[in-house]
Design a protein around this ligand. Structure first.
Ligand code: F6R
Length: 613
């Protein structure tokens, strides 16, 4: 859950690396560092120079800017601590005993204790508490005039995961990288070449990328990128062109990435539908599934974590309703340990915005080992989950930098709706008129989201009145339930206030005991088939003196009698309320967190890509 970036080329590398790190800060932000082959030395010979610091990248940047480092080859790292506290000593880059090799790493070395003991017994000196520090010492051990060969030996010794980049004054004209189950891409440009954990790090300089696969090593020089297979043979791979723009990875005048990404949702939703609703008919050619296979599906199994799990819950409701295929939804982290049954003719769907979540990846591997056919839904082209699945559906929401999922979440929901309709039509279970109605209503979703965004001030005011409360319960039923779960997740992750999402009907079985004057109950209660039931549940908590904030439909006339605050959303068929009702909850959580002075883009203890279990 860290970010790495490396550059070698014609330009001075310090600022390129610092800027790349800032774009990767969403992956980890407790300490940072750079190592540069400094040519500003007394004898003019390039020497490894490391600058690292605990805290934000800007703390380390201040030191780097003051230094006299000058060089055209370097590596950088932003950390999310796993082994050892976030201190300057534990920050990357780490170096070998000679100080001639420096290395950055994103991942976990599971056998580091054993390697550390072995290296110590051979005279190597360790300075930090990290697992990573064994890596530069392994390179030192295996270095015999060829850093690439040493890296290839290192890869053979490691258990765990890693995206690695190393430089050395032994060979100042190259950067050597390797990948073992952590994301790593190479960027190719005329000004030089890059390695990075993710594309936004170097989008400013290039949109041409090469994917590095597991157990491959890579050599970067000013003039090129060479990739080598696990057994050391050169790999011939063509770069692909990313369609993400640099503007999409910048704040563009918004106070935070999260706010920008919330406001980008009408566009993100349209982009996700574009090309998939040709002539008004949803299409999923990339699924690789034939009509007969879809007609014969015995079950759909969805695996996901966090917000993606909530999108999966919406998927379950609409796929079951429209196509009559039974759908199971599992947390990825539970699925792989419960000895799941993979039925004949079933389809497994893995949802992950980042495409790198290790729990989901492990669940995919578990499902595949049992013979499942796995389809991925992700926002990141070429991500590990995309590559390890049998087929992939991209969401096209654009890069999401804020740690909190917003536009990627709504784009996942769109895919769920379209897939439900697609399966439903092919299997003949959805009424034709209803099918047409839902498709035409789907086309109106971007406009309805815009309508809500245009009234953000209303939510800001409600947040100002409620942000001091210490307990929030988000209640919903049926299509309102996934939104309630997601609303609570948004609030807790960015404001650090205790919040729970709950099925409204379950309150009386326990949680109602929590309600008192310090509680805010957020009721997701659009005018749908369970509205009356929601109304009763809201009255129950109101009788226990909770403060009530209700998300209702625009034609709701009676809610004022029961709620302290209301926010009205445009009417829509009830299946589509899942996407409509989450928008005010995202904004509400955002404004509460801002009132509390939180860093919404980088909430404490969280990272955008969760690549550790
Ligand atoms: C919440 C959030 C997380 C992710 C979860 C899964 O705002 O972002 O809960 O949804 O970590 O991540 P992906 O979708 O990348 O697998």
């Amino acid at each position: 859950m860290c970010g790495i970036v490396a550059y070698i080329g014609k330009e001075n590398c310090r600022d390129i690396i610092l800027e790349g790190l800032k774009r990767l800060e969403y992956r980890g932000y407790d300490s940072a560092g750079i190592a540069i082959l400094n040519t500003n030395t007394d004898d003019g010979e390039p020497a490894v120079e490391i600058i690292k610091e605990a805290g934000k990248i800007r703390d380390m940047e201040a030191l780097a800017v003051k230094s006299k480092i000058d060089g055209k080859c370097g590596i950088g790292h932003t950390r999310w601590a796993t082994h050892g506290e976030p201190t300057a000593v534990n920050a990357h880059p780490h170096k070998d005993c000679t100080g001639k090799i420096a290395l950055v790493h994103n991942g976990i070395i599971e056998n580091y204790e054993q390697l550390r003991e072995e290296l110590k017994s051979q005279g190597h000196n360790f300075l930090s508490e990290t697992d990573t520090e064994v890596l530069p010492h392994l390179l030192e051990k295996y270095y015999d005039g060829d850093l690439l060969a040493a890296m290839q030996e290192l890869v053979k010794r490691i258990k765990g995961s890693g995206a690695i980049a190393a430089i050395s004054s032994h060979c100042p004209d190259e950067i050597i990288g390797a990948r073992i189950a952590s994301p790593l891409i190479a960027g190719v440009s005329k000004m030089g070449n890059f390695l990075a954990s993710d594309m936004p790090a170097v989008l400013k300089h290039t949109r041409k990328f090469l994917i590095i696969n597991d157990y491959e090593t890579v050599r970067l020089t000013e003039g090129g990128v060479e990739i080598f297979s696990r057994d050391g043979r050169p790999v011939n791979r063509k770069p692909f062109k990313a369609n993400w723009s640099i503007e999409s990875a910048e704040k563009s005048g918004y106070e935070d990435f999260m706010l920008k990404e919330i406001f980008e949702q009408p566009y993100g939703v349209k982009e996700t539908m574009r090309g998939r609703l040709t002539d008004g008919e949803p299409g999923f050619e990339e699924s690789g599934l034939t009509c007969d296979q879809i007609k014969g599906l015995s079950k759909v199994q969805i695996i996901a974590c966090g917000s993606s799990y909530h999108a999966a819950l919406i998927g379950k409701q609409v796929i079951e309703k429209w196509s009559k295929i039974p759908v199971e939804v599992d947390f990825s982290s539970e699925y792989r340990y419960r000895d799941p049954l993979v039925e004949k003719d079933s389809l497994s769907i893995a949802i992950s915005q980042s495409g790198e979540t290790i729990d989901t990846l492990a669940a995919i591997r578990e499902a595949k080992s049992k013979g499942a056919r796995v389809m991925a839904i992700t926002n990141v082209v070429g991500s590990t989950i995309a590559r390890e699945s049998d087929s992939v559906i991209y969401t096209h929401a654009g890069p999401e930098i804020g740690v909190c999922a917003t536009k990627t979440f709504t784009s996942q929901i769109i895919i769920m709706y379209l897939m439900g309709l697609y399966f439903g039509r092919l299997r003949g279970f959805i009424d034709k008129e209803r099918y047409r109605e839902i498709i035409s209503q789907l086309n109106m979703i971007p406009g309805k989201i815009q309508n809500i965004l245009d009234r953000a001030e209303e939510l800001k005011k409600i947040a100002e009145h409620t942000y001091r409360k210490s307990c929030f319960l988000f209640l919903g039923r049926k299509h309102g339930l996934p939104a309630a779960l997601e609303g609570a997740l948004k609030l807790k992750e960015i404001s650090y206030i205790h919040a729970e999402g709950y099925p409204a009907g379950e309150m009386k079985h326990g949680p109602i005991a929590l309600t008192d004057t310090g509680t805010v109950v957020v009721g997701i209660m659009p005018l749908d088939s369970v509205y009356e039931k929601m109304l009763s549940n809201i009255q129950e908590v109101r009788a226990r003196r909770a403060m009530i904030f209700s998300i209702v439909s625009e034609n709701d006339g009676s809610i004022h009698e029961y709620a302290d605050y209301t926010f009205k959303v445009p009417e829509t068929p009830e299946e589509l309320y899942g996407i409509i009702t989450i928008i005010p909850l995202q904004l509400y959580s955002y404004y509460i967190a801002k009132n509390l002075g939180r860093n919404v883009d980088q909430p404490r203890n969280l990272a955008k890509s969760v690549t550790v279990e």
